[in-house]
Design a protein around this ligand. Structure first.
Ligand code: 9WO
Length: 239
């Protein structure tokens, strides 16, 4: 799958391309990240992409012109690669909250264009004319859309077949009824030593009884969910 990212800070995406599971998936050709510098689409020698807000107030607003020309250029690059038309997404706290179901929908599409805003916001006419979806990480404001975009790109790439090592994907599959996707929080994990600061690992995990271990984990996941996210127990699975 392919992501085209429009941003003033393309180097931030090194955090995805240079580390861990996402790096390996990209090296294996499972995913492609194409980062585009919005300033390349500025109209003037100063590379201006923002201007003062109509109606007054603090801060600057990203202009519709450079954003639109960038999106059009990205569309034509995708078409040359035999892809598209890819949906255009803006990362915004006003958007649809991202959950695992949305991540899985993202991972099953071949191509997405993601717009990362900065400053006070983006000219509404660009959103109205060019943006198909708004996605939110949650009810808080960031300094820009980049970190939110990296979070969804990471979450989607690790859902691609072959992105996780054999070992990890086997683990993931055997517990596919578990995890936040199934509506439960994770169970507690322990590793060596058996006693740390006076606290022992629960006996059942040392017992070798796989069925009892599975029972304990189910119960512990339910308890964790009840304590920290009771809303998940009373809610139908959301899309
Ligand atoms: C900011 C904002 C504040 C209150 C209500 C709606 C809002 N929309 C935006 C917005 O789209 N801002 C642009 C992107 C420009 C300023 C920085 N941006 C941003 C995106 N800040 N925070 C996000 C974000 C994205 C996804 N999930 C959480 C926060």
């Amino acid at each position: 799958m392919r992501f085209d990212i429009l941003t003033l800070f393309p180097d931030m995406f090194d955090a995805v391309t240079r580390y861990g599971i996402t790096r390996r998936a990209i090296e294996r050709g499972l995913a492609q990240l194409h980062c585009h510098q919005l300033r390349d689409y500025a109209h003037d020698a100063y590379k201006t992409i923002d201007d003062r807000p109509y109606g007054g107030g603090p801060g600057m607003v990203m202009m519709a012109g450079p954003l639109t020309e960038a999106v059009q250029d990205i569309r034509s690059q995708q078409q040359s690669a035999g892809l598209g038309p890819a949906p255009v997404v803006l990362m915004s706290p006003s958007g649809q909250p991202i959950n695992q179901a949305l991540v899985d929908r993202i991972a099953t599409q071949p191509c997405w264009t993601i717009i990362c805003g900065r400053y006070e916001g983006v000219d509404q006419r660009f959103i109205d004319q060019q943006v198909d979806e708004l996605w939110s990480l949650g009810d808080f404001v960031l300094s820009g859309g980049e970190i939110a975009a990296m979070a969804v790109v990471d979450a989607a790439i690790r859902r691609l077949p072959g992105a996780l090592g054999d070992e990890q994907s086997a683990i993931q599959e055997s517990f596919s009824v578990q995890g936040p996707a199934a509506g439960l929080l994770d169970w507690p994990h322990y590793t060596r030593p058996e006693v740390f600061n006076g606290a022992a690992v629960p006996d059942v995990l040392l017992s070798g009884h796989h069925e009892r271990i599975a029972d304990w984990r189910r119960k512990a996941a339910l308890e964790a969910t009840s304590r920290h996210r009771p809303d998940l127990l009373h809610k139908p699975k959301s899309q």
